[in-house]
Ligand binder design. Structure first.
Ligand SMILES: Nc1nc2c(c(=O)[nH]1)N[C@H]1C(S)=C(S)[C@@H](COP(=O)(O)O)O[C@H]1N2
Ligand SMILES: [Mo]
Length: 253
């Protein structure tokens, strides 16, 4: 991962948490009080806390390292032909000039951002594996902004728990706040070194090594922060297009 700001350390061995030194560097780098709050909320509700385990290394690692980085690949590992376009409907064509991303819901400062404004945030590049449940995967480079940077601008309320993504093709999905604010969760406007192609979600799509392909919403136009899962008029939970048809909600890789 690279950025205009000093980047957190990357390419860590798979089964090691961040060394304390790197975590502190990362904490100093972001210094978002609200991330600590948000992660604290999640940890409070997580099974580790309900079990009241004595503090052991693993628990300590999770508490001190809630935003553990996923190892990335070198640029030479990119597999340009392996990313299969997977769209449930027709491809929406969005004008990058009039495009706006709205961030609303449980935030103190709702925002509406143009693509140009979004591109003024530090640009992050990462090479990760995209994994679709349908049985294919591809190593892809994504360039874009950290979702955390945009959410920080919107100032999440302490009660915020879920992040909904609405797409221009009618698709939607929801993420847990910890994954959404992870430093490797991006809103990407670049794929494999070129502007994001329309069929891959231009002008803006989710890209993260944390979750399966169906969580990586394309053509994102609106982000809604909620305190609970949304419900339809018939009271059915609305977790996401595929999730509501039975796919797993967390969908971690
Ligand atoms: N808006 C929207 N986002 C979407 C989808 C979709 O149909 N609509 N498909 C998902 C699925 S199942 C996958 S695997 C990836 C595929 O991304 P790609 O088409 O860029 O390869 O997009 C995801 N995001
Ligand atoms: Mo997928």
């Amino acid at each position: 991962m690279s950025s205009d700001l000093p980047p957190p350390s990357t390419n860590l061995p798979e089964d090691e948490g961040l060394p304390r030194r790197s975590f502190l560097r990362f904490a100093g780098y972001t210094a978002f009080g609200w991330i600590a709050t948000a992660t604290g909320l999640t940890l409070l509700e997580s099974p580790i806390n309900t079990l009241f385990e004595p503090i052991n290394q693993r628990v300590e690692a999770m508490i001190f390292n809630p935003q553990r980085l996923i190892p990335e690949f070198p640029l030479t590992a990119i597999e340009p032909d392996k990313l299969i376009v997977n769209s449930f409907r027709l491809t929406p064509i969005l004008d990058p000039i009039t495009f706006r991303l709205e961030i609303t819901g449980a935030v103190a400062n709702p925002v509406s951002l143009s693509l140009q404004e979004i591109q003024r945030f530090p640009k992050v590049s990462m090479v990760i594996r995209h994994v679709c449940v349908e049985g294919w995967a591809a190593i892809v480079q994504w360039g874009g902004v950290r979702l955390a940077d945009l959410l920080q601008l919107a100032q999440l309320k302490p009660t915020a728990r879920y992040v909904y993504f609405e797409s221009a093709d009618g698709y939607f999905g929801s993420w847990d706040l910890a994954s959404a604010t992870h430093p490797q969760t991006l809103l990407a406007y670049e794929k494999n070194g070129s502007p994001l192609p329309v069929e891959n979600g231009a002008p803006l799509r989710l890209a993260s090594p944390l979750k399966l392909g169906y969580k990586q919403s394309k053509w994102v136009t609106r982000i809604v922060i909620t305190e609970d899962f949304l419900r339809a008029q018939n009271n059915q939970l609305m977790k996401g297009y595929w999730e509501d048809l039975g796919y797993e909600w967390y969908a971690g890789l």
